[in-house]
Design a protein around this ligand. Structure first.
Ligand SMILES: NC(=O)c1ccc[n+]([C@@H]2O[C@H](COP(=O)([O-])OP(=O)(O)OC[C@H]3O[C@@H](n4cnc5c(N)ncnc54)[C@H](O)[C@@H]3O)[C@@H](O)[C@H]2O)c1
Length: 330
């Protein structure tokens, strides 16, 4: 991750595949994608229905680039190059002009996604790939009835994509296989780690895994087993340290000297009993529950604002990735 000043190999690589990108919707996810694509050397045209969101996204990008230069992650020239490749457009059609790839990052509502995709399909150049950041919807449904359904695909990032590389890629029923491979190649060349899913399931893989853990974390607190701080500490100082370098299967493989075969053989019945003991009821997420957990979490982070935490998180993730790239997997 730590780059040599003035040299950035991803720039030429990504440009060979996709020269011009449009990011539609510049909230939390869209603004972060802007940095990914502009950093990869693409001309990045951005549009949001709300001008204030475009202004906020640019202010965020400016600050993040300044911090990246100060932290040694980017050279000053690279940051200037990124800024110069970003342009804002109040009209959707202008943002789409000449685009090779479009990353839709509008609100997570099916009607909004379908409407936006109708507009994108109507105005984007016919060869452009139309990708959605959707966290939950099936591209088969979003693109249903569109003339250009074959160029539509889900590219669901992990928040925030400018520092976290995993992207879940999922074609719809009509998506052209060439669009799948071009999307995978482009995202890879832009520095992300695309992961191709085989079929649609609600929440894809990442959010299903996350929801399983979040459900149990809430249940442990609400049922009085442990407080918010204890649960967060066990993830942060326990499970999370392993998870930054290996997933649940390779972790299991290292939990017994004979690997996963021995581990599951030895502990399979305990896991089975534990999994059966998990209460499948979903937490209520009512006002009182949200208030209880939010108050405890605000106490846990002390005086830090969310913006403070985001800056700290991004810096720490960059450091962890730099360390991982110096010591690639076994
Ligand atoms: N926030 C996350 O953690 C996260 C993670 C991965 C994926 N996603 C997905 O990314 C997408 C965006 O999420 P977000 O958290 O950035 O939401 P957000 O609410 O922060 O941003 C959405 C943006 O879309 C704009 N918008 C609304 N209608 C529009 C239109 N017709 N044309 C152009 N812009 C329009 C809004 O003004 C807003 O700026 C969603 O599909 C979400 O599921 C979110």
């Amino acid at each position: 991750m730590r780059r040599e000043r003035g040299r950035d190999r991803t720039v030429t690589d990504a440009r060979q595949t996709i020269g011009r990108v449009a990011v539609i919707g510049t909230g939390v996810i869209g603004r972060s994608w802007v940095e990914v694509f502009a950093r990869a050397g693409c001309e990045t045209r951005i549009h949001d229905r709300d001008q204030a969101q475009i202004d906020r996204a640019l202010a965020w990008l400016d600050e993040d680039l300044d911090l990246s230069v100060a932290g040694g992650w980017l050279g000053a020239g690279e940051a200037d190059g990124i800024r110069s490749r970003v342009s804002t457009h109040s009209e959707l059609e202008d943002a789409l002009a000449g685009a090779d790839y479009v990353q839709e990052s509008g609100p997570e509502r099916l009607d909004a996604k379908r409407e936006l995709f109708r507009a994108l399909d109507g105005s984007a150049p016919s060869a452009a790939i139309l990708a959605s950041s959707t966290s939950t919807f099936d591209m088969t449904v979003i693109a249903d009835g569109l003339a250009g359904a074959s160029r539509c695909i889900v590219a669901h990032p992990t928040n925030p994509p400018h520092v976290i590389p995993a992207v879940e890629v999922l074609p719809g029923a009509s998506t052209d296989p060439a669009v799948v491979s071009r999307t995978m190649n482009f995202l890879r060349q832009a520095g992300q780690v695309p992961v191709l899913l085989r079929k649609y399931t609600f929440g894809f893989v990442l959010n299903r895994l996350q929801a399983a853990l979040v459900r149990e974390a809430i249940d442990l607190v609400e049922s009085g087993v442990a407080d918010v701080e204890a649960v967060d500490t066990i993830v942060r100082e326990g499970l999370g340290l392993r998870w930054a370098i290996m997933g649940p299967f390779v972790t299991g493989h290292t939990n017994a000297d004979g690997g996963l075969r021995e581990y599951y053989g030895r502990y399979g019945s305990s896991y089975r009993a534990l999994i059966q003991a998990l209460d499948p009821a979903a937490p209520a997420f009512d006002g009182e529950m949200i208030d209880r957990l939010s108050t405890a979490t605000e106490g846990l982070v002390g005086g830090a604002t969310v913006a403070d935490l985001l800056r700290w998180r991004d810096d720490m993730i960059r450091r962890i990735r730099a360390l991982k790239s110096q010591h690639p997997g076994a």
